[in-house]
Unconditional design. Sequence first.
Length: 268
Amino acid sequence: MRHADFFLMGPPSRSATHLWRWLSQHRDVFMPARRELGYYALPDLHTDLDMESDPRLSDVTELPEPYFKCFKPAGDRLIGDGSSLYSLVPGAGRRIFKDNPNAKFVFVLENPVTRAVSAHRYNVDLGLEQEPHFDAALQKEPERLANGESPFFGYATGSRYRQMIEPLDILFGPENVLIIIAEEAVQQPLAALNRIRDFLDIGAVEEILPFRARSRQSAVAEVLSRVRSRRRQPEVCSMFQGEMVSEILWMEARTGSPMDLWHAKVQD
């Protein structure tokens, strides 16, 4: 029985989805077609969680046999698990360590404020989020998660990068945790791919690039959505932005690189 060699971590984001698709096409990598297997997240999920309430939970695998069966077609390829659920619950890293202490982790992270706003807008567009105002959804988040609603409603939770990364640094060592900044990857996709290839020790596939700049139309739509989301209870957004500044400062210390793009967006 083979375990996953690496995990594509981080909360749901456009950039992580692009990388997952790229890895799925790589000749040296096997990624199961079902992305949200979520096997190592299960013990942390609320007992009252309705798995049918969110279509992204439909692939979650509760038992070891069907989970590991997903990896059987891998052959001698590197096996990856792309479940974003592992970054939204506290205990997944410990359970992964128990099965494979040599696992590696790849994070693709976007600006934490814009990521949270985009996640909320995406849930609204899917018809899953009934609270159309981002700041109001932030206020309701702790109670909703405590009452067993989908972890994908964790907008603030999904942007607290330190609580995702630090436990893995302690368990597996920071040398086994790769952090890719999405905005930098869009500007220099080949440099980001070289880091991923070196980290996973896989071959080059340069004709397929996973990181893409957003179209002007989608960028304008995001700005309008952010403006609309701040019309109510702007003090909540201000508090959230303040919390995210501390996250960005920690990320600067962890990566050894300035996060100027992130600071600029938080101050917008």
